[in-house]
Design a protein around this ligand. Structure first.
Ligand SMILES: [Cu+2]
Length: 163
């Protein structure tokens, strides 16, 4: 049985922090990983119709994620219960391309404001992860439907299976 590292609930410590808008990244440092936001009418499962691609990204500290296609239909918003306190929350909408560098190890859960209810969720794990005390407690504390919570459970399970 794999022990889960001491994760710490960032949201409880942060309260309701101000959302950061654009985060400008110097791409000369670290690698960048593109994450597309897709609407796929051919998807066979409802959870696949609206999705981040890929939904799980592992980074080294200093690497960046390039969020593509936050245009009206899709957004990227941090989930307070699944967000390491080391980094300011994110709120991206109406931007075709936003680069964001993740400097601190931790886990960072994000959702689309419009399609989170359909399971449009994603997880960034930086370095060894950490930052959330209990995955299940944090997910339970989310104000979200079962489909979205299950999407995050699946992403955490996938991330732990890859360790
Ligand atoms: Cu969306």
């Amino acid at each position: 049985m794999k022990t889960i590292l001491p994760w710490l609930v960032g949201a409880a410590l942060l309260g309701t922090p101000a959302l950061s808008e654009d985060v400008v990244v110097d791409m000369s440092q670290g690698m960048s990983h593109e994450v597309k936001q897709l609407t796929d009418p051919m998807a066979t499962a409802a959870t696949g119709m609206f999705r981040f691609d890929p939904p799980l990204v592992r980074l080294e500290p200093g690497d960046a994620v390039v969020f593509l296609n936050s245009r009206g239909q899709h957004t990227v918003h941090s989930v307070p219960q699944l967000w390491s306190a080391a980094m300011a929350p994110v709120s991206i909408s109406n931007k075709p391309r936003v680069e964001m560098r993740f400097e601190e190890p931790g886990v960072y859960g994000m959702r689309c404001n419009r399609h989170g209810m359909y399971g449009m969720a994603m997880l960034v794990v930086v370095g060894g992860g950490g930052g959330v005390t209990s995955i299940e407690d944090s997910i339970s504390a989310m104000k979200a439907g079962d489909r979205e919570k299950q999407a995050f459970r699946d992403l955490f399970a996938l991330s732990l299976a890859q360790n």
